[in-house]
Design a protein around this ligand. Structure first.
Ligand SMILES: [Zn+2]
Length: 361
C-alpha cells in the first residue's frame, strides 16, 4: 500500500525541481489509465476527486477503487486528493474515506458559487488545516477566484465555480495577501488565480500575458519561496484532441487552453501541482466517437472503453514527462500519515515565510 500525502509529494517535487499533474477521476477506466502511465514512466501519482465525482462514483466504491489501484501498483506512491472542498464536512468525510489530502476552497462560500470574503476564507481554511494536520493529511487552500481575465466570468465544473462577473482584484491573487494567508492558515499548498479557468473554453485565442498572468506566479513565488503553488484549470486543450472529436461528429467550438510551455515556466517558479481534467475527458470522448463512427455495429463497452483508456494514458504520459515527474516514483519512500501528523505537531511543517512576521500562534 503506497498511499502518500500531498505534502510529502510536493516537498519532493520542490526539492527536485519538478511538477506533478493532478488528474481527476470518476471511474475505473480513468484510474487504470493514470496508473498505467505512471507505472511505465515511474511517476508518482496525484488522483483527485471532486464532490461531483464522489457523488457519481459513491464514496465507498471510490475508496475501494483507489485501494485496488494501489494494490496493483504497490511501487507507485498515490496521493488521493479532494478537489475543491466547499466545507469542513466535505473535507472531513474525504479523509474518512481514505483521502490523504484535501483542498478547502474558501474563495467561494459553501454553495460553491458565491465569492467569499478574505476573513471567511482564512477562518474556514485554518479550521480544515488544523483538523487535517491532526491526522497527517495535507491541505490545499485557494486565494483569489478562478475565472477568465478575458470575460471576467468563472466557469462551472461539476457544479463548482463563481457566478456573476468577477473583478480584476478577485481574478488575480494578491502576493502580499498570499503571504498573510499562508501564515494564518498553515496550508501545505496554495492555489492561485491568474487567468486560468475550468473546462475547455479557457481562452478565445492562444493566451498571452494579458489573459494568462504568469507574472503573478513569479511575484508570489518570490515572496513565498517555500510554498507549493497550484495551477487549477490547466488543461492544454490540444488542437489534435479537438480535431478528433469534431472529425467524428462532435461540435466543440474552437478553443485554447494553457500551453505546456507556460506550465513549465510555472514549475520553474514554485508551481508543483497542475490540475488536469479536460484533456483527459477530451481524449476519452475522441476515442469513443472515433470507434462509434468507424464501427457502428459495435456494442461491447470494452471495445470502446479500451481505446478510450489508451487515449487517456497517452495524455497522462505526456504530462508526466513534460512536468519532469517521470522517473521520480522510485526515489520516494512513503511517510505514513501518522508520522506526518507528528511532524505537524512538532512544527516541522509550519510554513516558512520570509519578510513577514509570522501571525500563526
Ligand atoms: Zn479547480
Amino acid at each position: 500500500m503506497a498511499r502518500i500525502t500531498l505534502r510529502q509529494l510536493l516537498d519532493h517535487a520542490a526539492e527536485h525541481d519538478y511538477g506533478l499533474p493532478a488528474f481527476n477521476i470518476n471511474n475505473m477506466e480513468q484510474g487504470l489509465a493514470i496508473m498505467a502511465a505512471a507505472d511505465k514512466l515511474d511517476a508518482p501519482v496525484i488522483i483527485q476527486a471532486s464532490r461531483g465525482a464522489r457523488q457519481y462514483a459513491n464514496d465507498l466504491v471510490l475508496k475501494h477503487l483507489i485501494d485496488g489501484l494501489c494494490e496493483v501498483y504497490p511501487h507507485i506512491p498515490v496521493c488521493m486528493h479532494q478537489d475543491h472542498g466547499n466545507s469542513e464536512a466535505t473535507c472531513a468525510t474525504a479523509i474518512q474515506n481514505g483521502f490523504t489530502s484535501v483542498m478547502m476552497d474558501g474563495s467561494l462560500k459553501a454553495d460553491a458559487k458565491t465569492p467569499a470574503d478574505y476573513d471567511y476564507n482564512v477562518a474556514i481554511t485554518k479550521r480544515v488545516a488544523d483538523m487535517a494536520h491532526w491526522v497527517g493529511a495535507s491541505v490545499e487552500g485557494e486565494l483569489g477566484v478562478l475565472g477568465s481575465l478575458e470575460t471576467g466570468m468563472g466557469e462551472k465544473e461539476d457544479g463548482h465555480g463563481a457566478e456573476g462577473k468577477l473583478s480584476q482584484d478577485q481574478l488575480l491573487t494578491d502576493p502580499d495577501q498570499a503571504v498573510d494567508f499562508v501564515n494564518k492558515t498553515g496550508v501545505d499548498a496554495l492555489a492561485i488565480a491568474m487567468g486560468t479557468s475550468h473546462g475547455a473554453y479557457k481562452f478565445s485565442r492562444k493566451p498571452d500575458g494579458a489573459v494568462l498572468a504568469m507574472h503573478v506566479i513569479e511575484e508570489i513565488h518570490n515572496r513565498l519561496p517555500n510554498t507549493h503553488l497550484v495551477m487549477h484549470g490547466s488543461s492544454s486543450v490540444p488542437q489534435e484532441l479537438q480535431d478528433i472529436i469534431n472529425q467524428y461528429g462532435g461540435q466543440m467550438p474552437q478553443t485554447w487552453g494553457v500551453p505546456v510551455e507556460e506550465i513549465q515556466r510555472g514549475i520553474k517558479h514554485g508551481v508543483r501541482k497542475i490540475n488536469i481534467d479536460t484533456d483527459n475527458r477530451m481524449a476519452i470522448t475522441g476515442a469513443i466517437r472515433k470507434l462509434f463512427a468507424e464501427k457502428p455495429a459495435e456494442f461491447d463497452p470494452r471495445k470502446y472503453l479500451k481505446p478510450a483508456m489508451d487515449a487517456m494514458e497517452k495524455v497522462c504520459s505526456a504530462r508526466f514527462e513534460e512536468f519532469g515527474a517521470a522517473g521520480q516514483a522510485s526515489k520516494i519512500k512513503v511517510i505514513a500519515m501518522s508520522d506526518m501528523a507528528k511532524r505537524y505537531e512538532r512544527g516541522e511543517l509550519t510554513p516558512k515565510t520570509t519578510g513577514v512576521a509570522c501571525a500563526a500562534e
